[in-house]
Write a protein that binds this ligand. Structure first.
Ligand SMILES: Nc1ncnc2c1ncn2[C@@H]1O[C@H](COP(=O)(O)OP(=O)(O)OP(=O)(O)O)[C@@H](O)[C@H]1O
Length: 265
């Protein structure tokens, strides 16, 4: 199967975009989608003054709704997955294009040590709630509900430095849930985890979705695709396919086999 037939196999029709803001604005409004980015570009300028494009004319559409709540973002090393996720999170500004991401949105980093910062699990999950005007009871109730969703309620008083990598990831996800995020952006959560921690994180994410929460998860681990509802595949700084997981798996197998042929495996 070649790449053009796979792109045609894409199961989602992306409707025309109706911009509701001035042409050069980076904000669009699209209530039927959790995420909608059109023709996004992102480039960096090197110390030598050279412009290096990383995302080019990249469009992504993630519907909101319970049936399609967990999406995997896949593609070869260096194709721009993490950069796109950071653009969607608002951590990087696109050079061009239009973007809408439902709010509240949260980004969970690959390395949980970069965002699990407080001494205990309870304090860490409550940390982000400081910006809301909540009573102590409300804070406690949100923290407990979020920790329950990720299977970590029994760890409420545990010092965070005693947790495994996967448990820290789950605490980071609980922090996002406590802030009632509607879009959860997850960057290669399980790369450094062993199998049992990996499963704990997958279950935590699945358990926290549905209702209002939609998640986009960058992964390298093909086995994680089976837990997803949909997949987005990137190559060379652009999205080339939105699909169900079956079509995504077919594309990945096709790419792996083409690569093996190339290097005569
Ligand atoms: N700040 C930067 N300076 C220079 N190059 C960068 C920078 N950020 C990203 N890149 C380059 O942009 C490309 C895309 O990087 P990105 O991390 O988004 O890819 P990725 O698909 O997430 O990769 P991986 O799967 O290996 O994690 C890579 O070639 C990377 O080296």
């Amino acid at each position: 199967m070649n790449s053009s037939s796979l792109i045609r196999a894409s199961t989602f029709h992306v409707p025309p975009l109706h911009c509701t803001t001035p042409r050069n604005s980076n904000v669009i409004a699209s209530p039927n989608y959790a995420i909608e980015g059109r023709n996004l570009s992102y480039s960096i300028t090197t110390k030598q003054g050279k412009n290096v494009p990383i995302l080019q004319d990249c469009s992504i559409t993630i519907p909101s709704g319970e049936l399609w709540s967990l999406w995997m973002l896949l593609g070869p090393n260096g194709c721009g997955k993490s950069t796109l996720l950071k653009v969607l999170a608002g951590l990087l500004n696109p050079t061009h294009g239009n973007l809408y991401v439902k709010r509240p949105k949260s980004f969970v980093f690959q390395n949980p040590d970069h965002q699990v910062v407080m001494p205990t699990v309870e304090a860490d999950v409550a940390f982000g709630l400081g910006k809301f005007d909540l009573t102590q009871d409300e804070v406690r109730s949100r923290v407990e509900k979020a920790l329950k969703a990720v299977g970590m309620l029994d760890y409420l008083q545990r010092p965070v430095q005693t947790l495994s990598g996967g448990q820290k990831q789950r605490v980071a996800i609980a922090g996002a849930l406590a802030e009632t995020c509607e879009v959860l952006l997850l960057d290669e959560l399980t790369t450094f985890l062993d199998e049992s921690d990996q499963m704990g994180v997958i279950k935590a994410v699945k358990n926290s979705l549905g209702g209002n929460v939609t998640s986009l998860w960058v992964t390298h681990r093909l086995e994680e695709l089976e837990f997803a509802d949909g997949a987005v595949y990137m190559e060379n700084g652009t999205v080339i396919m939105h699909s169900d997981t079956k079509a995504a798996m077919a594309l990945l197998k096709d790419r792996i086999s083409a690569y093996s042929d190339q290097i005569n495996l």
